[in-house]
Design a protein around this ligand. Structure first.
Ligand code: HEC
Length: 139
């Protein structure tokens, strides 16, 4: 991917994510007894370090974070596809994966500014899904 394509991808995904947030779908309750909370906690650590690792220019650490995030978004995509299908959760997961990959591409191209923007956008997809699907009594 060229840098211009990465930027275009980031812009187009940003539009989708912001429209998801504007519509602010109602909260949905579902049985999450089979959900992988441990993976979510790994994601939490990875997302906290992702952008700081990028802005520090720490490419290897950022790629490690991204690998965890990719696993997480693939898991949520698959989980919500089988469970519902809950199309919006599937779409949000795919967005998160695309942002994560765009960040890695940008890191590879030494464009840490674009990478940081993509990392921030990836973090927004976590919240977009939680707003709808994470039980309200969970922090
Ligand atoms: C497509 C939906 C979806 C996406 C994307 C998603 N999550 Fe979650 N997450 C959930 C749901 C649903 C729960 C609640 C699970 C439960 O109650 O067992 C949850 C729970 C959590 C928890 C609480 C786990 C616990 O200890 O109970 C954390 C932390 C978390 N997510 C972090 C993240 C991070 C960080 C990202 C993004 C990198 C992310 N999640 C992306 C759906 C999602």
């Amino acid at each position: 991917m060229t840098l211009r394509k990465i930027r275009m991808l980031i812009t187009s995904i940003a539009v989708v994510v912001s429209s998801l947030q504007i519509t602010r779908a109602e909260h949905i309750d579902l049985n999450l007894s089979d959900y992988d909370d441990d993976l979510m906690r790994d994601l939490d650590k990875a997302i906290k370090y992702f952008e700081p690792d990028i802005t520090a220019g720490n490419a290897d650490a950022a790629k490690d974070d991204a690998a965890t995030l990719e696993d997480g978004f693939k898991y949520t995509e698959d989980y919500f596809r089988k469970k519902g299908p809950y199309e919006d959760a599937v779409a949000i997961s795919i967005e998160g994966l695309k942002y994560t990959r765009a960040a890695v591409e940008a890191v590879t191209n030494n464009d840490f500014t674009a990478a940081a923007a993509a990392a921030q956008a990836a973090a927004k997809t976590c919240r977009a899904c939680h707003d709808i699907y994470k039980p309200l009594n969970k922090k």
